[in-house]
Design a binder for this molecule. Structure first.
Ligand code: TPP
Ligand code: MG
Length: 740
């Protein structure tokens, strides 16, 4: 532990050995050097922006002292960091260089944070464990929660850290020491985001080894702190969260900040719980170069801030304590300026990225889920085999529902891969384990029972109930996946996926691309989706898959039967990309599409459609719960009219199987795209547009869509039937198109 010494120095010899909250005189000089480097880098970037040599600037000015202190109290490449855009001085203290930072400013190919893809000050340094960040205020705190949980998991399951050939684990290093701490930071305004409160609640409840730093500069762009924070002080509002160590400090003083961080780190490393450091800082350079604070802050207030500028305060401190004189300060400053000049010259000469590279790293470059590696045979006879073996007089394997096979697949995959954790709302058998142990209850295992028995089999630290907070479910999963776990999480109803939308649009699928493949977050988000429930109504019947297929980087899967669900879920788990796995509630226990369990290695590659019914007159392209409905119509048309309709089940929506579509439409020359979601702007719009674009000369009739009406799914069954596409609608559309 560092010695504490608050007294004024006496004799010279004593002064030389004096420490300041454990910091030596040499360390204080280094702190000043780093603080000054941070400020001068901001100044240089501002100049470069004004010269139009870089394209954006946001500064860390005024925040340097607390950030250098944090960087010194924590360990790069050992602890984990989820910072925000003001954290330049933290990254410098951890070991990032001015040159690396300026590479991001110019958008160079060699920019280690993003390869020219992100604005400057969007930190990401893989070698230091500084994890890629977005521009969204507050999303990173939930990743930090997930990251902080990982050490605990790995202590209990060391095999989970091992590399295993043949799936995503081959490409996903897992580093852990056991007592590492996760750091995350946000501004005062960002404490108003729900994700901040969700993260505080999770960290507190789980006693996670993580530090929240709030860099309170009194403003969120032009909005003062009292507007964002009731009573104007965030420390007061969070003070009742259990298990926390709290610090409220003058963040313009590096010595005070270092002492606070040392105590916070000790609390976290000891495994007692999280820490909250509320640092009062200043913001001398407006919000960004696009902002002029004179429009909303009077001169007097700006002068008050200027008097607390950490750079000049630290200079005065060093002189007052006899650590440096003016001459030596000037010398340091000259050295730093020289270093920045050289770094800037070098960065400006750095090569830009190759325009051809822009599509790289949307998905894993290592593992393609549509490859033959994911095309495996069932170990036992399943659906199709049932009929053949029955004919041969063999014993018929039990036909299981989609719910059964998803459960069995989860079970086998958890057994195979200790990196898998399962969480969500109600997914555990019973959070109060003693009830299970004493056999007082049977256990729930999901509102649809899809995760039933998993907690009993694999333990409460691998299968658990999350808080009722969808952003937390996806955000935590993202943080875990960044560090190498494989979360398979559940969103209880598609209708309630929306609180997680920020995480699902701006974080999870973007991490690989925006970090130029330095980081990735392969995980699976299972979601119960769809209607036809008779009484499901507006908030238990939604579809909306096209909203997610519109997101690059996210695989989207939508099986229509039990066997496909098993094979596709296994591919989702073993692949190296984030996957949204949509499970139709109506199909969970449908008699259509039941099958025997295909064994623990059965996989279906993504992007391979299935021709459910061959035909030559019309092609129908669909997926999910419309498949069995369309099949009924197909059989009826065959019986009544002798029409041969080719029915294609897409099975996966991103990627989708264009080859099968093209081959079929080229043969039938007539095509319907059918889907359960609302008609306009739906998934079928893209398929129809591509057909019109690329298969125009093969068409003998207009491309048709059959879908739900453009409203909401109602409660009363007659209204529900009127809203969603029915067998009769499909029948009429097929007949009409065949006759066109
Ligand atoms: C979710 C989200 N909403 C709005 C913005 C636009 N925005 C960027 S920074 C900012 C203010 C942040 O203030 P604060 O949290 O106090 O941090 P500071 O910039 O003052 O350090 C806003 C509104 C954003 N980036 N993300
Ligand atoms: Mg602020």
């Amino acid at each position: 532990m560092p010695t504490r010494n608050h007294g004024k120095s006496g004799a010279v010899a004593e002064a030389n050995h004096k420490t300041y909250e454990g910091l030596t005189r040499q360390q204080l000089i280094e702190i000043y050097r780093t603080m000054y480097t941070s400020r001068r880098l901001d100044d240089r970037e501002i100049l470069l922006k004004r010269q139009q040599k870089i394209f954006f600037q946001i500064s860390g000015a005024g925040h340097e002292a607390v950030l250098v202190a944090a960087g010194m109290a924590l360990k790069p490449a050992y602890d984990w960091f989820f910072p925000y855009y003001r954290d330049r001085a933290l990254c410098l203290a951890l070991g990032a260089t001015p040159y690396e930072m300026l590479l991001q400013g110019v958008g160079a190919a060699e920019d280690p944070s993003s390869g020219g893809r992100q604005m400057p000050s969007h930190w990401g340094f893989k070698r230091l464990n500084v994890v890629t960040q977005s521009s969204c205020t507050g999303t990173q705190v939930l990743h930090a929660v997930g990251c902080a949980e990982v050490s605990r998991h790995l202590i209990a399951h060391p095999a989970a850290a091992e590399k295993v050939a043949g799936d995503y684990r081959e490409f996903k290093d897992v580093k852990f020491y056991g007592d590492e701490v996760t750091y995350t930071s946000i501004g005062d305004g960002t404490t108003s985001e729900g994700e901040f409160w969700e993260a505080m609640n999770a960290a507190s409840n789980l006693r996670l080894p993580m530090i929240f730093l709030v860099e309170d500069n009194g403003y969120a762009i032009s909005v003062p702190v009292e507007v964002n924070t009731s009573g104007g002080n965030i420390s007061r509002l969070v003070s009742q969260f259990p298990n926390f160590h709290f610090e409220e400090i003058d963040g313009t003083d590096p010595v005070v900040s270092y002492a606070a961080f040392t105590r916070a780190v000790a609390h976290c490393r000891a495994g007692i719980g999280p820490a909250f450091v509320h640092a009062h800082v200043i913001r001398p350079y407006s919000h960004s170069l696009s902002d002029d604070e004179k429009l909303y802050r009077p001169e007097i207030e700006r002068q008050r801030d200027a008097a607390r500028d950490p750079i000049s305060r630290m200079q005065m401190f060093l002189i007052r304590e006899g650590i440096l004189d003016e001459k030596s300060i000037n010398k340091i400053e000259k050295e730093v300026d020289q270093q920045i000049q050289e770094a800037a010259d070098q960065a400006l000469a750095a090569a830009p990225p190759d325009p051809e590279s822009v599509m790289k790293y949307v998905y894993s470059p290592d593992l393609d889920p549509s490859s033959t590696a994911f095309d495996t045979q069932a170990a036992v006879s399943t659906g199709e085999a049932v009929r053949a073996s029955t004919e041969a007089g063999e014993k018929k394997p039990a036909a299981k529902t989609m719910a059964d096979l998803i459960n069995a697949t989860l079970h086998d995959e958890m057994k195979r891969d200790e990196r898998i954790v399962v969480f969500g709302e109600d997914v555990a058998d019973c959070s109060r384990e003693e009830y299970l142990r004493q056999k007082m209850v049977k256990g729930k295992g999901g509102v649809f029972k899809l995760t039933s028995g998993l907690q009993c089999e694999f333990g409460s630290e691998r299968v658990f109930n999350s808080q009722l907070a969808e952003a937390t479910i996806v955000g935590r999963a993202t943080g875990m996946a960044v560090r190498g776990l494989k979360p398979v999480v559940e969103i209880q109803f598609f209708d309630y996926i929306w609180p997680a939308m920020m995480q699902l649009r701006n974080e999870l699928p973007v991490i690989r691309w925006r970090s130029s493949n330095a980081f990735s977050a392969p995980c699976v988000v299972r979601v119960a989706i769809g209607g036809y429930l008779t009484g499901g109504a507006i908030y238990h019947s939604q579809c909306g898959e096209s909203i997610f297929t519109h997101i690059p980087g996210l695989r989207v899967v939508f099986p229509s039967n039990a066997l496909d669900a098993a094979g596709l879920l296994r591919t989702a788990i073993r692949c190296d990309d984030p996957v949204l796995f949509l499970e139709h509630k109506r199909l969970y226990r449908e008699s259509y599409g039941r099958a025997a369990y295909p064994g623990p290695d059965y996989m279906i590659p993504f992007g391979k459609a299935k021709v459910v019914h061959p035909g030559s007159d019309v092609t129908v392209i669909t997926y999910g719960a419309v498949v069995p409905r369309a099949l009924q119509a197909v059989h009826r048309l065959d019986r009544e009219q002798g029409l041969k309709i080719e029915l294609i089940d897409l099975r996966t929506l991103n990627p989708f199987d264009w080859d099968t579509i093209a081959a079929s439409v080229s043969k039938t020359n007539r095509v319907i795209v059918a889907y359960e979601d609302t008609l306009s702007w739906g998934y079928g719009a893209e398929i129809a547009a591509r057909i019109a674009d690329q298969l125009f000369e093969h068409l003998d009739a207009p491309v048709k869509r059959v879908a739900a009406k453009d409203a909401f799914v109602p409660y009363q069954p007659v209204l529900e039937s009127a809203m969603l596409p029915q067998v009769q609608d499909l029948y009429l559309a097929m007949k009409e198109l065949a006759e066109y």
